[in-house]
Design a protein around this ligand. Sequence first.
Ligand code: SF4
Length: 312
Amino acid sequence: MEWLLVHKKLLEWYAQHGRKKLPWRTTEDPYHIYLSEVMLQQTQVKTVLERYYFPFLKKFPSLTALAHAELDEVLKMWEGLGYYTRAKNLHKTAKLTAPRLPNTYDELLKLPGIGKNTASAICAFAYKQERAVMEANVKRIICRLHAFKAPKEEVLIEIAHQMLDRKNPFDYNQAMMDIGSMVCTVRNPQCNLCPFSKNCKAYKENYFQYPEKKRKIVPTRKVNILVRHFNNKFYLQQREGRFLHGLWGFEEVDGIINDAEFLVDVEQKYTHFKLEAKVYLLQEEAYEDYFSLDEINQLALSGVDKKILGYL
Ligand code: SF4
């Protein structure tokens, strides 16, 4: 492939269509860039932009402010984004590195929750280093260019490294991510708008199922949830196990409690399973540690508990 020509076309495409105004692209602050990378790992740009990025930075404007925060406060600002391990790792990393993230790939990789892609993105975007970012959109482009069905990670990294525009790593990486999410989409690639069309095997073959999708069978977990209440106050507990650790929620119980009244069926999808919950209400005696609805709104709740709250 003639990389100089491709780089030229890529930069032209980015200048015309790229999302250059995204707030994490107009800053060089490593913390802001790191935060956006972590939020965007499992969440769409629109959601991050409209609901999470700015409120989080308002509450924790610097790595130092984040390092000094309580985990509960951090989880509250993350509420609804899911994959809460991300928030906990962000908090741990802030404690380990404030006031500033390290500026080398190897040092970044040692930090909690920072993998190869996030480390590359911080190096390329905050420190303008020659690093190729390898998120899902970029992987899809490379697989289609080469008609790879299930390539090894090392092969993709090697190719991404060869493709990198070393003179413009920032714009190159941003352009690749934008083309992956706006042009070379999973279901409907717009090859006629793509700077790679002349070099792309998938386009030549008119076959876009690269890379092959692995079928995931997601098991269902059925639970009973009991909402104990008295006088418009409700009992919640803070989770201690690995799953949703640190978030507050209503009580999970083994069997159906006598006198409990059925409230609603609630479903929630998680990465590894689907949760189906039957929710019951139980009128109790007064307890000091019950929470009012206002107080509950201050706590960080999981998705399923948030849904239940909507029925109370
Ligand atoms: S030509 Fe089509 S399939 Fe190939 S990289 Fe571009 S958009 Fe994707």
